[in-house]
Design a protein around this ligand. Structure first.
Ligand code: G3P
Ligand code: CA
Length: 277
């Protein structure tokens, strides 16, 4: 596999169409350093910065009373360890803050609360960035804009990522000072073997939404050098999630990705650094 990819990349370089930007990849801590710490908690984000992540990624919803909170699932069942099942968008900040979202991971994280956007932003160091994954619909865009106005961060430190095309479009329209990636995964048709969305459809959606980047699922069959070249030719950045295997991370580094999102920032940084030597 690695030999095939190597030959393929050499061929691309020889024909002057190598997809890489030639820059090192940003290492993005997925839900914080979520392999060791409870995802989307302040403990997880602090651990990510300690592991020297360039960027933290977190998932955000709008609550019933207009707060923006950091949690992946639509409700609290999994990360409360089954002790509370509150739907985020039907709950108030106070109700959500009463829940322990640390113990399910390990007893030492007991007492970790669902953080607000403001609390997560406050962890970001001067040279750090955040991928804000928007899990709510377009109704979150204006409250998000208001929250970011109050934050003490430079425009380039905040990047939106989202699966919802309408939300990406609205972010680009209302907050063009921030980059925004459209996220996609892929499904294979059992009969034809074809993957969707197709490359053509991916490029079309990126252009339609005005996205500055693609956040692609790490599907090694779909994401080939030709795929990356087509995205780059459209003037779009390439970001990949979620890569915890060092060899797979090296593959995406060789493909010239702008960032690699991982639950294990220190380990994946070491893997791609040795690849670049
Ligand atoms: O970075 C994008 C990735 O986080 C999307 O998937 O399910 O982890 O939010 P998910
Ligand atoms: Ca996410």
């Amino acid at each position: 596999m690695r030999i095939w990819l190597g030959l393929s990349l050499v061929a691309f370089a020889a024909f002057g169409c190598f997809p890489s930007t030639g820059q090192a990849q940003m290492i993005v801590a997925h839900r914080g350093a979520s392999f060791v710490a409870p995802e989307n908690t302040l403990a997880s984000f602090q651990e990510a910065w300690q592991q020297d992540a360039d960027v933290v990624e977190g998932d955000f919803y709008l609550t019933k009373d207009g707060a923006i909170v950091c949690i992946h699932d639509k409700n609290t069942e999994r990360t409360s360890g089954g002790t509370a099942k509150l739907k985020i968008e039907d709950s108030t900040l106070e109700e959500l803050r009463a829940i322990d979202v640390g113990t399910w991971k390990a007893p030492k994280y007991a007492g970790q609360k669902i953080p607000t956007l403001e609390e997560v932003l406050a962890t970001i160091p001067e040279n750090g960035k955040i991928f804000i994954e928007i899990k709510s619909g377009p109704e979150i865009v204006e409250p998000l804009q208001a929250a970011l106005k109050k934050a003490n961060l430079k425009d380039e430190q905040v990047i939106f990522i989202c699966f919802n095309e309408e939300v990406v479009s609205q972010c680009r329209e209302k907050m063009p000072q921030h980059k925004a990636s459209w996220l996609t995964s892929y499904k294979q048709n059992k009969l034809s073997g074809k993957w969707s969305p197709s490359l053509e459809s991916v490029v079309k959606t990126l252009k339609k939404t005005g996205a500055t980047g693609l956040g692609t699922q790490a599907n090694d069959t779909v994401v080939t050098p030709e795929f990356v070249k087509a995205i780059r030719d459209a003037g779009i950045e390439c970001h990949v999630w979620t890569v915890n295997d060092p060899q797979q991370a090296q593959r995406y580094a060789e493909l010239g990705f702008d960032s690699i999102t991982t639950d294990k920032p220190a380990e994946i940084r070491a893997a791609v650094t040795s690849e670049n030597k």
